[in-house]
Design a protein around this ligand. Structure first.
Ligand code: CAA
Ligand code: NAD
Length: 477
């Protein structure tokens, strides 16, 4: 079996004491790459009776791993990691550092583990190993669904025969990838002196995850911020699934996927966006939330950083008004799914400078998008036309004109749209569409934009479409 370790990855060795992890790590990795929980324990104290040893050893173990990953180096976590919680903590650590995670599970019978334990200086003992073997059985069932970049299961024989390919030097590899060369051409020095290298993305929902993926695939360094670890992990998993789909369809070479993944760093701290050249906000469609984000970022980011909102309908000029950089602020409206949809609407706020528009246009083009320019007018071009259409479909359903299935079929086959309006509402998000309609209605006071009661009720009930598993239709999560 060939185990491929992408550049800068965390390799998590999962297996009971005595299952062969340490021998395997010594055989295939450099000494400096292996971080052993046992060694951390010994470093912290020899006193087995000291109850604080475990906590301190664990802290040290994590700190060393974090340090290596932040430097973009491979780190091999040699610890039993048989509990789901230990694996979740290690995954979360890797996500925060933007590191890919590879799990290697050691599936070895209890008797073998016990036999190996008897020759160790510091024996773990039968009771503990029995429990670990039981937990390992559960781990083997769960690992495939836990969201690793790759995972491998090694029985005793596979342990002997496995070959490990560690891909090193992420920087050198990234710099030579065609995507990076393309970006260097597109965003190079001639753009009025403004070169974009590092992109911040606020929000890792449907749009933020797609924007982060698209930027990383084109060679930009990306830092994406979510409000908590759980949402961050979910968003980054969406990035992985989307790239896996592209690899499966032969659209993305696996090594470019690995290089792109290494360029994405997840965080829950707004501060981590401080050295970005450009920040794209893709948080919920609410003016109060967006203004709060911009106020904070305006304090954190240097003057040169450009701010772009991915808003579907909210005023760019109003968002810019809470910052001191109205001239370096514009709308960059991507479409869902971001890696697939070719259009970006570039929205000029009242104060947006030509230089900012020029840089952002070239940036969007470097992502392979076609750019159209729109005034700062609610809904810009596409949503001004799309939203009344979607709302009319909901009103037609409320009136009992036809079933949702028939309305969808009529639009798909009668207009050749790829999705019917209810399929599209579920795809975009019922909550997002409700907020967009509400914003447009507040601006125009035209009943065409008033959100139908059903849309409001579904938003309140959490029936937000595909992303929550239920909208007009039901979806398997
Ligand atoms: N993420 C990434 N890629 C995806 C994807 C996703 N969620 N869903 C599908 N894809 C990719 C597939 O990998 C495939 O790529 P390749 O052609 O390169 O192989 C391609 O999209 C087509 O996918 P499928 O063949 O599986 O499915 P499909 O033919 O049904 O297409 C679709 C899927 C592209 C989503 C298509 O149904 C579609 O175009 N739907 C309408 C989307 C739309 O209207 N978006 C705009 C919404 S409005 C908006 O975004 C603005 C706003 O402010 C609300
Ligand atoms: P979503 O609900 O899928 O994701 C929004 C994410 O933003 C959530 O995960 C939320 O936790 C996060 N968030 C909220 N406050 C935050 C903060 N302060 N910092 C960091 N993250 C924060 O929504 P979405 O569909 O991705 O939409 C995001 C934006 O993009 C909205 O402005 C929407 O109008 C716009 N947009 C949506 C679509 C679409 O089809 N869904 C298309 C184009 C534009």
């Amino acid at each position: 079996m060939r185990i491929v370790v992408p550049p800068g990855a965390l390799v998590m060795l999962v297996g009971p004491a005595g299952s062969g992890k340490t021998t395997f790590a010594r055989r295939h990795f450099r000494e400096t790459e292996v971080v052993s929980s046992d060694r951390c324990r010994a470093l912290v104290s020899d006193d087995e009776s000291d109850m604080s040893v475990s906590g301190r050893a664990f802290q040290l173990f994590f700190e060393i791993l974090r340090h290596r990953l932040e430097l973009g180096r491979v780190a091999v976590a040699d610890s039993t990691a048989v509990t789901a919680r230990a694996r979740a903590e290690l995954r979360s650590l890797a996500r925060r550092c933007g590191a890919p995670v590879v799990a290697v599970a050691f599936d070895v019978p209890l008797e073998v583990c016990l036999a190996r334990d008897t020759v160790r200086a510091r024996r773990v003992g039968r009771e503990v190993i029995e429990r670990q073997v039981e937990l390992m059985r559960q781990a083997l069932e769960r690992i495939p669904a836990e969201g690793y970049d790759a995972w491998y299961v090694l029985d005793e024989r596979a342990q002997e025969e496995a070959e490990v390919e560690v891909r090193r030097s992420p920087r050198r590899q990234a710099a030579s990838s065609p995507a990076v060369r393309e970006v260097a051409r597109n965003t190079g020095g001639e753009v009025h002196g403004m070169t974009i290298r590092k992109v911040g993305v606020v929000g890792c929902g449907l749009m933020g995850s797609g924007i982060a993926e698209t930027c990383a695939r084109q060679g930009y360094e990306v830092v994406v911020r979510e409000v908590n670890d759980e949402l961050l992990e979910r968003g980054l998993r969406r990035v992985q699934q989307s790239m896996a789909r592209a690899v499966e369809r032969g659209k993305l070479p696996p090594e470019e996927r690995d290089a792109a993944w290494v360029r994405i760093r997840g965080t829950v701290r707004m501060d981590d966006l401080r050295d970005c050249d450009l920040v794209i906000e893709a948080a919920v469609e609410r003016m109060d939330v967006k203004k709060e984000i911009w106020r904070e970022l305006d304090r954190i980011c240097p003057e040169r950083t450009l701010f772009c909102s991915n808003t579907s309908s909210l005023s760019i000029t109003e968002q810019a008004s809470v910052t001191r950089r109205g001239d370096r602020f514009c709308g960059l409206h991507f479409f869902n799914p971001v890696p697939v949809m070719k259009l970006v609407e570039l929205v000029r706020g009242l104060q947006t400078s030509e230089e900012t528009l020029d840089t952002c246009r070239r940036f969007a083009e470097s992502l392979g998008k076609t750019v159209v320019v729109a005034k700062d007018y609610p809904g810009f071009i596409v949503n001004l036309l799309l939203v009344p259409f979607l709302l009319d479909a909901v009103r037609a359903l409320e009136k009992g004109l036809a079933t949702k299935e028939d309305i969808d079929t009529a639009v798909r086959l009668g207009l050749n749209h790829p999705m019917g309006p209810f399929e599209l509402l579920d795809f975009v998000g019922i909550d997002t569409t409700y907020y967009i309609a509400e914003a447009m209605f507040q601006e125009f006071k035209d009943p065409r934009y008033a959100p139908p009661v059903l849309l409001k009720q579904m938003t309140l009930a959490g029936h937000h479409g595909r992303k929550t598993g239920r909208g007009f239709y039901e979806y398997r999560q």
